[in-house]
Design a protein around this ligand. Structure first.
Ligand code: GRF
Length: 212
């Protein structure tokens, strides 16, 4: 474990650049919380390597090893509970979780999405598909969203968002790169606010109390 009192667990499947941003913010003291475990659905995820480099425990829970989404989700919740995780950060986690997970972590799990929800979210809207759809729509702005995770994909209360302008010559790749920079700024900030106890959820609206 690195860091302080709120026990954070991250769920990952891929490169883990958002995980890295959270690790950096824990190590710099911006986030008053400790990363106690990184759980990956993919045993080859580079995110696991990042965790090891920072002395954070790692676990692999592969969807393919379970006979149902429910059992997979139960195992994820079980591992996080074993590590006494308070806050779960989905950071490029490519699996949809069953309601058993939310029975345990409702209000204490966040996700980052590479667009301005509630637009361009939901099942099938991930990775480059999001940026392709955004560009095809003709919208002039995109951005990133950190939200609390609920049973319905990409629909939970929004914690933080920020925008990027889409230029005429942007491609899905160039847009993804610009959005990723926003992600790396707002995800650690959302975790910081949660760990400082400054977030309250009022229906779909997340209210942020002042820290001082
Ligand atoms: C990010 O674009 C995030 O918004 C999405 O998956 C991607 C993960 O990237 N949910 P990384 O693994 O954090 O680099």
């Amino acid at each position: 474990m690195i860091g302080g009192p709120v026990r954070i667990g991250a769920l990952v499947s891929g490169s883990g650049s958002n995980l890295q941003a959270i690790i950096d913010a824990v190590e710099s003291g911006q986030i008053k919380g400790g990363l106690v475990v990184v759980v990956s659905s993919n045993d080859r995820a580079y995110a696991l390597e990042r965790a090891r480099q920072h002395g954070i425990a790692t676990e692999v829970v592969r969807y393919e090893d379970f006979s149902s989404r429910r059992e997979f989700s139960e195992q994820i919740a079980h591992v996080l509970t074993e590590y006494r995780v308070d806050l779960v950060c989905l950071a490029g986690f490519m699996r949809i979780l069953d309601r058993v997970f939310f029975e345990r972590y409702h209000g204490d799990a966040m996700n980052i999405h590479p667009a301005l929800l509630p637009a361009f979210g939901g099942k099938g809207m991930y990775g480059h598909l999001v940026h392709e759809a955004v560009i095809a729509s003709g919208t002039q702005f995109s951005g990133a969203t950190v939200h609390f995770v609920t049973e319905e994909c990409d629909v939970g209360p929004i914690i933080l968002q920020d925008i990027v302008r889409i230029e005429d010559d942007d491609t899905p790749e160039s847009l993804a790169a610009k959005v990723l920079q926003v992600e790396h700024r707002i995800y650690p900030k959302a975790v910081e606010l949660y760990c400082a106890g400054l977030l309250t959820v009022d229906g779909m609206r997340v209210r942020r109390r002042s820290g001082q």
